[in-house]
Design a protein around this ligand. Structure first.
Ligand SMILES: [Zn+2]
Length: 314
């Protein structure tokens, strides 16, 4: 048993208490279960420390989508990473957008503990991607195993989008994800149905519909395909009524949190730059919308993130 692994603890708790909903594990259950373990009562101090560690690890927030390698953070990246950690963000998924930024993402993930990469070619970067880049993507996955293939997807919002080129790179990268048994991080704008159609053709082991902003019906289709829905700063604006309704009503086990920093700044941010240190406050807004405590929400959304991106728990 790895005591710092919240997912294992939640799963073991679910085994011990089959009636308990692992998404709604509360601290009293957690402590009672840890205390009940054979041998643990022999050393109360050690036991107490392990309980504290387990609770702290389980309650850390996970930012499932943050471009910490972006130039916007060049001046103060160390300080941003330190503030995010101090705010309780224990893990940050840093998705690449093209092969030319693989080295920046890799450097970022080596420098900051808790940062893990995803490798992929973003739909807005396929215009300058070459077919050989797909082979470089395979090499990168072998060389530095990611938690997902991403950021990939379709963006039909931009004017003059080359839809067929986007579709080609998206389909090829779904095949790569399937080849390596990896989940995917999806960028979707004005293309929910087109993305769903590709996912039905080329099945992958789930993933995250990042910055989800579709209909309730589309949400259900992603959930049926094994996906979680990424919610972030956009949800903090009072005028985002549909998104806030999703945030309040979708099943808790379907949601993960993300910042997409430096993009999509939340309503409360100052200076126009989003940052991973805002994640707990974004999570606080989601908790308030759902009428639950922020600690329970952190526990649940972090467990969801580990469930859909198993590499996070490795
Ligand atoms: Zn992104």
């Amino acid at each position: 048993m790895k005591w710092t692994d919240s997912q294992e603890i939640a799963m073991a708790l679910a085994d011990a208490h089959p009636d308990a909903d692992p998404q709604r594990v509360n601290f009293v259950d957690l402590m009672a279960w840890v205390l009940a373990l054979e041998g643990f009562h022999d050393d109360p101090k050690h036991c107490g420390e392990r309980i504290l560690e387990a609770i702290q690890a389980a309650c850390m927030w996970v930012d499932t989508h943050c471009h910490l390698d972006a130039a916007e953070f060049d001046a103060d990246r160390d300080a941003v990473a330190a503030r995010a950690r101090a705010a309780g963000v224990g893990m940050i998924v840093v998705p690449a957008v093209e092969v030319d930024n693989f080295s920046a993402v890799s450097a970022c993930c080596r420098r900051y503990s808790g940062c893990v990469p995803a490798w992929g070619i973003h739909p807005l970067y396929v215009a300058r991607a070459r077919e050989e880049d797909l082979e470089r993507l395979r090499e990168q996955i072998r060389h530095e195993p990611p938690v997902a293939v991403g950021e990939i997807g379709l963006d039909f919002f931009v004017p003059h989008a080359d839809m067929s080129r986007q579709q080609f790179f998206f389909a090829e990268q779904l095949r790569i994800a399937r080849e390596f048994g990896l989940p995917v991080l999806l960028h979707i704008r004005r293309a929910q149905d087109a993305v769903l159609a590709q996912l039905r053709r080329i099945a992958v082991p789930g993933g995250i519909a990042h910055a989800f902003n579709g209909s309730r019906q589309q949400a259900q289709m992603f959930l049926d395909l094994g996906f979680k829905l990424g919610l972030g700063g956009a949800m903090t604006f009072p005028r985002a009524t549909r998104l806030r309704a999703h945030a309040a009503e979708l099943p808790l086990e379907s949601l993960v949190l993300e910042t997409d920093a430096p993009d999509i700044p939340p309503a409360f941010s100052i200076g126009g730059r989003n940052s991973p240190e805002y994640l707990p406050r974004i999570g606080g807004e989601l908790a308030a919308l759902r009428g639950m405590g922020p600690e329970d929400l952190a526990l649940a959304t972090s467990a969801n993130a580990r469930a859909v991106l198993p590499g996070l728990a490795a």
